[in-house]
Design a protein around this ligand. Structure first.
Ligand SMILES: [Fe+2]
Length: 333
């Protein structure tokens, strides 16, 4: 085990105040705020860092606002150095004074590695009733006034070479294949997490995506479907645009503001400042994982479709580990 998940996601944006307000409304805990940006945190200690796009310290690998840099959280110093040594064989690795390492894929998509003290999260989701299956009787539901994202579960990036990028993450960072939607993309998880995926590499040359690498969305985990809906309601109350439409993965509505929340089993998804049209690619029922959805079977998701759009992406009931597509060969895609 080495990489535990997303330690931080750095957003480069034009309007820091607006993006910070979004994350506050979304339910993240604000840890710091200043003229140059803000820092938010989930219960599991993943961070969302908001910076001025022109001064976020990350190469402008795609145009516009959005998640510019993911920093993966590593469990030990030894594992961090092992990963860095491996990367340094054929690419530049820059180090910060705190030991954080920065490098990039062959395509130039940046990432970081940092030792992470990930906090454990214990959830107690409410029981759910269904016709003929009553699990909650004479019990009030948990009363919440807002959603509080527990985890930053995954991000979605598009890449012009999703197979090559998948192989890089597999061979150099130890990520594992969760599922492959042939022609659309690959779901991968860090070796130290049991999330269905930590990253989805979306084929930038596939349907819906216009050929360029870009940030798509981030997904945050909440406790249960009630918390998803509380989050939905609050975002609407706070004036973030809501765009209801059919979502992939089952029952779902999509609405929209800046970033996404998601996890197993319940997710909210957000993506500040990405064009709304890009999100539609994850919600049109394009067949993925054999589930008829571009979202994998992880659970309900609230997603953010643009700086002023957010969404709920369906409910999915189980985790599949992709045994149909364990071996991805270039010739197969
Ligand atoms: Fe997602």
């Amino acid at each position: 085990m080495a990489i535990l998940g997303i330690e931080s996601l750095v957003y480069g944006v034009d309007d820091i105040d607006r993006c910070s307000r979004f994350w506050n409304d979304f339910g993240l805990l604000e840890k710091a705020r200043g003229p140059n940006g803000s820092v938010f945190e989930t219960v599991s200690a993943s961070r969302v860092i908001v910076r001025d796009r022109a001064d976020c310290g990350v190469p402008e690998w795609f145009e516009g606002d959005g998640g510019k840099l993911v920093v993966w959280g590593v469990d030990t110093a030894d594992n961090l150095e092992r990963l860095v040594d491996g990367l340094a064989r054929d690419r530049e690795v820059r180090r910060d004074l705190d030991g954080t390492a920065y490098s990039a894929t062959d395509e130039g998509i940046p990432f970081g590695l940092r030792i992470w003290n990930k906090r454990p999260v214990v959830s107690q989701p409410d029981r759910v009733n269904a016709p003929g299956n009553i699990q909650r009787l004479n019990l009030h539901r948990k009363w919440r006034r807002r959603a509080i994202p527990k985890t930053l579960s995954h991000i979605v990036l598009s890449t012009a070479d999703y197979v090559g990028t998948y192989e890089f993450y597999r061979d150099r960072l130890g990520f594992r294949l969760s599922d492959h939607s042939r022609g659309l993309g690959v779901f991968m998880r860090a070796d130290g997490t049991n999330e269905h995926h930590s990253i989805f590499w979306l084929n930038a040359n596939g349907p819906f995506v216009k050929g360029k690498p870009t940030f798509q969305h981030a997904a945050f985990g909440v406790e249960d479907i009630d918390e998803v809906m509380i989050g939905v309601g609050r975002m609407g109350e706070r004036g973030w645009f809501k765009d209801l439409r059919k979502a992939g993965g089952g029952s779902g509505a999509i609405a929209s503001p800046p970033p996404s929340i998601a996890t197993s089993p319940i997710r909210m998804v957000a993506r500040p400042n990405t064009p709304a049209t890009r999100i539609i690619s994850t919600t049109t029922g394009f067949p993925v994982c054999g589930s008829g959805s571009s979202e994998p079977p992880c659970g309900p998701t609230i997603g953010l479709r643009s700086m002023d759009r957010w969404m709920i992406i369906g409910t999915c009931s189980s985790i599949r580990m992709g045994n149909r597509s364990r071996n991805i060969a270039r010739k197969s895609v």
